[in-house]
Write a new protein. Structure first.
Ligand SMILES: NC(=O)c1ccc[n+]([C@@H]2O[C@H](COP(=O)([O-])OP(=O)(O)OC[C@H]3O[C@@H](n4cnc5c(N)ncnc54)[C@H](OP(=O)(O)O)[C@@H]3O)[C@@H](O)[C@H]2O)c1
Length: 346
């Protein structure tokens, strides 16, 4: 088998997701990371901004455009804020056809929804290139592997959407999801990206816990769309929280049902052979997943109810790790290639 590495580039590589992608791709045995770009750090060495990569990375942030990179590399990651990805993706098409050979993985929310009208409602932006939404395959690796493998354009799922989606997808596919599910989900501060704001600044967050975007988080339509694609017309009531931690999503879902044990077994069976989803009859812990590509699911059966807990690292399984999992699918590499790390304890 040809072991020549594929070439890759990251646009928006100075951000938290871009930095994790850089770290993972540098260590991936089948990938040669050739370009990393930025607007603010052009000419800066990656290891000057991120000294943990010293000795591993001689790259310098450049200002190549997405379109230039699409012609140069095999795999192009866009790690831009939502909104910015819309134009970046649009620049990758000419007369409706993709330019270059690159297969593209977009980390933002800009191409995860099918209906452009949902962008105005949930992201507060008009999606000017709604006709391109249909080009993207939704990249929830465990549930869309065949389509991802064949795709040129993948929309990598959001971090909350991955945690909640993985917990609910087996039940949606089995026709066992109740009409309404409630999800309480806490996130760490890296979920807000590298630029500090009042709400994400350390003194504001380090000893605090609060709810935000209650019942109106932008990942709700993404999750409901994914569940609908598996046959479930389920409404999600989502209560997100900002928790005093840097990494991690911890979602707790409440499902009223007649036979919780049957539902629990469906979830166990669905992930029996999944390399990155571990299911237990006890609580997952963020300490066991942060730093890894694992999503850990915990199941609790009660009287007429099932509680499902789902924990993952937002920048890994919730972003860069899942993106590398998708790259492995798209290029036919072993599913776990470049993703062998487990959490470091205690
Ligand atoms: N953080 C998470 O846990 C997480 C999880 C899942 C998905 N995501 C998604 O992944 C994407 C990146 O997230 P992040 O947390 O890494 O954000 P971030 O830390 O804010 O990084 C954004 C990157 O994009 C560049 N950039 C900012 N504004 C830009 C613009 N208008 N045009 C071009 N480049 C711009 C920034 O660098 P320069 O200023 O140097 O250009 C930076 O490299 C977002 O869409 C986010 O929603 C994040």
């Amino acid at each position: 088998m040809d072991q020549t590495p594929i070439t890759a580039a990251i646009v928006g590589a100075t951000g938290y997701v871009g930095a994790e992608l850089t770290r993972l791709l540098l260590a991936h045995p089948r990938v040669s990371l050739e370009h990393v770009t930025s607007r603010s750090r052009v000419g800066t060495r990656v290891d000057a901004l991120y000294p943990h990569l010293e000795g591993r990375c001689g790259l310098v942030y450049g200002d190549e455009t997405p379109a230039q990179l699409a012609r140069r590399v095999d795999a192009l990651f866009l790690a831009l804020p939502h909104g910015a990805s819309i134009e970046a993706v649009a620049s990758l098409f000419e007369d409706g056809a993709p330019i270059g050979r690159a297969r593209v993985i977009d980390m933002s929310g800009d191409f995860r929804l099918e209906d452009p009208a949902l962008y105005e409602e949930h992201y507060g932006v008009e999606h000017l290139f709604g006709e391109l939404l249909g080009r993207f395959v939704y990249g929830l690796s465990e549930w869309n592997a065949e389509a991802i493998a064949a795709a040129q354009h993948v929309a990598n799922p959001g971090c909350f959407a991955t945690a909640i989606g993985l917990a609910l997808a087996p039940l949606a596919a089995a026709g066992l999801l109740p009409d309404r599910v409630t999800a309480f989900a806490a996130t760490g501060s890296t979920g807000s990206g590298a630029s500090a704001s009042k709400g994400t600044h350390h003194p504001e967050r380090a000893t605090n816990y609060k709810l935000y975007k209650v019942l109106r988080h932008q990942h709700v339509p993404e999750i409901e769309t994914m569940l609908a694609s598996l046959g479930a017309e389920t409404r999600l009531s989502m209560v997100p929280a900002s928790a005093p931690m840097t990494h991690g999503i911890f979602a707790t879902l409440h499902l009223p049902c007649d036979d919780p044990e049957t539902l629990a077994r469906v979830v166990e069976v669905a992930y029996a052979d999944a390399p990155f989803v571990r299911v237990r009859r006890s609580t997952p812990q963020l300490n066991w997943v942060v730093g890894s590509n694992f999503a850990d699911i915990g199941l609790f059966c009660g009287d007429g109810e099932l509680v499902v807990a789902s924990a993952l690292d937002n920048t890994l399984k919730g972003a860069a790790g899942q993106a590398v999992q998708n790259l492995n699918l798209m290029f036919g590499f072993e599913p776990t290639r470049g993703l062998g790390a487990v959490a470091s304890l205690p």
